[in-house]
Write a protein that binds this ligand. Sequence first.
Ligand code: ATP
Length: 245
Amino acid sequence: MIPKSHPRYESLLLRDKMVKASKEGYLADSAMIAHGRGEAFDYLIGEKTTYPAKRAMYVAVAALLLSNNPVISVNGNATALACDEIIELAKSVDAKIEINLFYRTDDRVKIITKLYEDHGFKDILGTLDDDIEYLNDIKNNRASASKTGIYSADTILIPLEDGDRAEILKKSGKNIITIDLNPLSRTSKMSDVSIMDNIVRAIPFMTKIAEDLKTQEKSVLIELVNDFDNEENLKESLEQIKLKE
Ligand code: ATP
């Protein structure tokens, strides 16, 4: 048991979740390394949601609400850290959830499918018996997508995504939103909306934003999206990283 008074309490809880997920067998071998990279950036922003991240979240939620077929793409790390929260957000913005694993194996897909089903989300896509297509005709796992999900989606939320896959999604003409603690990652730079925040803080905050934005006129949402400059917001995000005490 980690005592609540421990200065790294929240961060250690997340490590515990990652270790548990690893033991359950649904994380890729490199998952811990990706988590560690995220942790380092989180440390440098004081483990708090910054103003530019909040601004990006409003735009992201507006874009999801304006979309015809929004999809939340999930991998092992995102599931380990925020399965219930992802389900809540999906319900709130009426988005599909699709499993997309960079290192896809049948076993991992099976475990993650069961996890979402056990947590109350029955219509998960990207499962072993789903109808899979290939984006831009690239016949490998990096380009695979569910026919009714990412393949036909207009907006995709890709938290903690690998740069190669983000590039394929971007090239296929989708509107891409990422949650990535590293504002310098290829995924952050390539996305239309990049939220530099920890997924465990960002997703529940986005659900709250959705409840607010759902009561607004469509024109307000359109204005939010149109007024946003991701490059400028990423610059401001980078300025939040503190290398001095
Ligand atoms: P890219 O290929 O996009 O340049 P990368 O090689 O760092 O970046 P991966 O390691 O595949 O990409 O993806 C993990 C990304 O997710 C990293 O940028 C990491 O900072 C970020 N990340 C890890 N844990 C979290 C978290 N809990 N919340 C948000 N982002 C996270």
